[in-house]
Design a protein around this ligand. Structure first.
Ligand SMILES: NC(=O)c1ccc[n+]([C@@H]2O[C@H](COP(=O)([O-])OP(=O)(O)OC[C@H]3O[C@@H](n4cnc5c(N)ncnc54)[C@H](OP(=O)(O)O)[C@@H]3O)[C@@H](O)[C@H]2O)c1
Length: 268
């Protein structure tokens, strides 16, 4: 893997995170080429790392790199991808959310080895969890460096993880809701943050470190003393539609993903 040259079409937030993650010491790869847009992010990557060069245009990336990462926003993907000529058998990794596989292959227009992935911002610290579809040894090797991976055996699995990945803003939204509530009742912002941050991070750590057979529902029960305050809040939250709202939101985002990404099975 270390000799391969990886090129990025679209140098935005997620490309920045992936390149920085792969180039943390010890660097996993030594040759990267990024597209000239965004100019500022591309220039900073090239300044920070000798392994990164900025291409003059997108086609020169496809021409000179072994693996191409497609990382533009879905709204412009059609025009950007259709304007490029790929080599037969070239490795192409899409990180673009909710993009239909068949449509994407049609835009690419060559018989490439396409994998679709959902990297999360934590890849920059090599603490990501990346869904990959279909299974692919080289793509898996890249994202294993950046944290852990889940290789999907069907488009449906990939769609469900894409939906789950859209919970990030809501997670912080719950933290913010709790913070607003306590500060609104008069506790200082500093004390509220000092209390809530470890509360949330330790709960996540508890779930992460629990034996793999322990269900989240079991943890929820374990933290809800019978007749206690936690049990009361959980019961009120469910009674007032909290759990249903979460499932409804996930159903809605899944419907959007289904429109953009067909669930056909692709043989690895
Ligand atoms: N951010 C995440 O956490 C995340 C996670 C997983 C997947 N993704 C996916 O990754 C993709 C990129 O997301 P992002 O958050 O990195 O977005 P972003 O920060 O907006 O990056 C996209 C980049 O594409 C550049 N661009 C625009 N037109 C281009 C062209 N013709 N050729 C090459 N580059 C061009 C933009 O440059 P300008 O700034 O000059 O317009 C921008 O820097 C999306 O499809 C998204 O669904 C993102």
């Amino acid at each position: 893997m270390s000799g391969q040259k990886v090129g990025f079409i679209g140098t935005g937030t997620i490309t920045d995170a992936i390149v920085r993650g792969l180039l943390r010491e010890p660097a996993a790869l030594s040759r990267f080429m990024v597209s000239p847009r965004n100019a500022e992010i591309a220039a900073k990557l090239a300044r920070d790392f000798a392994a990164v060069t900025v291409a003059t245009d997108n086609q020169s990336i496809v021409k000179s790199c072994d693996t191409i990462v497609l990382a533009v926003r879905p709204q412009i993907a059609r025009d950007v991808v259709r304007s490029l000529s790929f080599r037969t058998g070239q490795a192409v990794i899409s990180v673009m959310a909710a993009t239909n596989r068949t449509t994407l292959l049609g835009w690419i227009g060559s018989d490439v080895r396409l994998t679709q992935t959902i990297p999360l911002p934590f890849v920059a610290e090599r603490r990501g969890i990346t869904a990959i579809y279909p299974r692919d040894r080289e793509t898996a090797a890249i994202f294993k460096v950046l944290g852990s991976i889940v290789q999907c055996d069907s488009g449906r699995e990939y769609e469900l993880l894409a939906a789950a990945s859209s919970l990030m803003a809501t997670y912080f939204g719950i933290m913010n809701g709790a913070l607003e509530w306590v500060t609104g009742k008069g506790l200082s912002r500093d004390k509220s943050r000092a209390y809530l941050l470890p509360l949330f991070s330790e709960l996540s750590r508890t779930a992460l470190e629990a034996p793999s057979g322990v269900a989240f529902a079991e943890l929820s029960r374990a933290f809800a003393t019978r007749g206690g305050l936690n049990e009361q809040v959980l019961s009120d939250f469910e009674k007032h539609g909290g759990a249903d709202a979460l499932k409804t939101a996930l159903n809605h985002v899944l419907a959007r993903i289904e429109k953009g990404f067909s669930s056909e099975h692709v043989k690895p």
